[in-house]
Design a protein around this ligand. Structure first.
Ligand code: PEP
Ligand code: MG
Length: 592
């Protein structure tokens, strides 16, 4: 916790280098986001100290209430009273007589300091409510936990923490942000974010790109160099954070922004055009989404539908998983709004760096190698079936395809398909409308699946290569560990060989193959992917126009020559250099 404690405030301009993960330039004041839970001090109190502890408790409740009212007011002024009303439930918690009386009784009985007693009572409350079979009450657990953290901070005399409590535009700086934190960011007020941890393909970075918020990760120890309120500029193209930017720096960045805007304006002109190479090969260009709110960006980007809907974000920031009806409505809406294009709904990929209180996920030593995605679904068939039924029903309304994540081989695919058949049977018995035979595909993101792609290709309609995971598993480099981020090399010869095996197996079996990992949005690597023969690219909406421009600027023979050439090279850097040379000679303006 103490890592983010305010320290001395530098006056001079200072630059810090991190990893650029989402493009754009932003300048605003810093808000340090406190991430870790407070350590609760435990000490015995005497009978004489009791009145003082009660008084401290009452003051903390009053301060928390004032804090909540202030946040509510600020949010209401900034974005409207509807969003601010989420704090109504929090206010009820600070006024809850049963909870307050229980703390007062605990103080008298336990002879312990108020932080310890209050923490114990709040925890007990949350546990009890969490066990009740009532979704509304279980949702309240999140409110109580949040209020309890605020009360404890007031008792400890510390400043409040909040991701949503600032009414002016700001840049979030934090040791780490979880995908759930990022999903709860207010896009109109958060101009950018910076974390000490993380890497390019962590889900938090992917979210930043989808939300079109400039972001830098891997900026070690940055919290100890900054204070909330400091003026910073972040450059999401190069990964530089500038503290106290001078007027000259601001002018320099003003020029850079103008140049970028000119490129964006040109890209806007090709929005309605097709992503076809100069020699006439159409490459399907679709978008990845995490939240339905991104649908507008998808349309604006000129993408042909959705190549990857990461449905697990529906399960985050809540205490109970979404039921079939909620999921059906969500998938139906997305499918309808994507017409005439298709939507590839990826089934739940929970685990790894995505955790949620709504599912019973056990703690694991190696979560990325653990009970993640299809493995979790096959071990929890009721959760899986709820989702599959919702998808089958939505497929009756729109052009929906289904994709299983983290499939390691044929048996897993067959087991998932068997559950799908059970779901069809259940829907039939219920008399519900559903699509009897939507296209089913798999993500190729585990080396075993890539090496056995010929087996899988015979039993699916398409492949989508998840390069984010394929790279981490092929090179054994944790995709979220910033200490080894330099080893995470998309152009590693082993990765290129795996890609070739997958594309060839798909085409030999007459199915199409796409790439939906971040490689698909990396314009340096588009020539290589086209040369290897991929049929579809799916990337964050924010990069779709650039990818389209890259595709239109290339010819297939040029790309194929590049692919042949790099398949014979033996280092990641040599392959990358050749890719950059080809990209540079065809669309230098996108790379500068
Ligand atoms: C991937 O692994 O490349 C992918 C697209 O899935 P995710 O990033 O959600 O793991
Ligand atoms: Mg993946």
């Amino acid at each position: 916790m103490s890592r983010c404690e305010p320290q001395t405030k530098p006056k001079q301009e200072k630059r810090f280098q991190g990893i650029a993960v989402a493009p754009g330039i932003a300048q605003a004041q810093v808000v340090i986001h406190w991430v870790d839970d407070e350590e609760i001090p435990q000490r015995a109190i005497t009978a004489e100290e009791l009145p003082e502890e009660i008084a401290r408790f009452e003051s903390a409740l009053i301060a928390t209430r004032a804090e909540l009212l202030e946040i509510q007011q600020r949010i209401s002024d900034a974005i409207g009273s509807k969003d601010a009303s989420i704090f109504d439930a929090h206010l009820l918690v600070v006024e809850d007589r049963t909870l307050i009386d229980e703390v007062l009784r605990g103080l008298e009985k336990d002879h312990q300091n108020v932080e310890a007693v209050f923490h114990k009572v709040a925890e007990c409350y949350c546990r009890t409510l969490g066990e009740i079979d009532d979704p509304y009450l279980r949702e309240r657990v999140v409110d109580i936990e949040d209020v309890a953290r605020r009360v404890i901070r007031h008792l400890l005399g510390k400043a409040p923490r909040n991701l949503a409590s600032h009414d002016s535009r700001h840049i979030i700086v934090s040791h780490n942000l979880t995908p759930s934190d990022t999903a709860s960011i207010n896009r109109s007020l958060v101009l950018g974010f910076v974390t000490e941890q993380g890497s390019k393909t962590s889900h938090t970075a992917i979210m930043a790109r989808s939300m079109d918020i400039p972001a830098i990760v891997g900026l070690h120890d940055i919290c100890s160099h900054l204070n909330s309120g400091d003026d910073v500029l972040i450059d999401g193209y190069s990964g530089i954070l500038i503290l106290n930017p001078t007027p000259e720096t601001l002018q320099e960045y003003g020029g850079i922004e103008l140049k970028k805007e000119a490129v964006e304006e040109k890209l806007e002109l090709i929005r309605e055009t097709s992503s076809t190479t100069s020699d006439g090969r159409h490459i399907i260009l679709s978008a990845n989404i995490e939240l339905p709110e991104e649908l507008e960006d998808v349309t604006a980007s000129g993408a042909e539908g959705i190549g990857l809907y990461r449905t697990e974000f529906l399960y985050l920031n809540r205490t109970t998983p979404p039921d079939e009806e909620e999921q059906y409505e969500n998938y139906r809406l997305i499918a309808e709004r994507s017409k005439p294009h298709s939507v590839i709904i990826r089934t739940l990929d929970i685990g790894g760096d995505k955790e949620t209180g709504s599912l019973d996920l056990e703690e694991e030593q190696n979560p990325f190698l653990g009970c993640r995605a299809i493995r979790f679904c096959l071990q929890n068939p009721e959760i899986f079936k709820t989702q599959l039924r919702a998808i089958l029903r939505a497929a009756a309304v729109g052009n929906v395809r289904v994709m299983y994540p983290m499939v390691s081989g044929l048996e897993e695919l067959r087991r998932a398909n068997a559950v799908m058949e059970e779901c069809k049977q259940e829907l039939r018995q219920r008399g519900a409308e559903f699509h009897p035979d939507p296209d089913i595909g798999v993500m190729i993101e585990i080396p075993s699946a890539a090496l056995c792609a010929d087996h899988l290709a015979r039993e699916v309609k398409f492949f989508s290569i998840g390069t984010n995971d394929l790279i981490q598993y092929a090179i054994a480099v944790d995709r979220v560990n910033d200490r080894i981020a330099h080893l995470y090399e998309p152009t590693h010869p082993a990765v290129i060989r795996l890609l070739k095996i997958v594309v060839d197996a798909a085409h030999k079996n007459n199915i199409w193959v796409g790439v939906c990992g971040e490689m698909a949005g990396d314009i340096q690597l588009i020539p290589l992917l086209l040369g290897l023969g991929v049929d579809e690219l799916s990337a964050s909406s924010s990069v779709v126009p650039r990818v389209k421009k890259a595709v239109q600027s290339l010819s297939l023979p040029t790309c194929q020559r590049l692919a042949d050439e790099v398949l014979a090279l033996d280092t990641a850097s040599a392959i990358l250099t050749r890719c950059i040379e080809v990209a540079h000679s065809h669309y230098a303006e996108l790379l500068d």
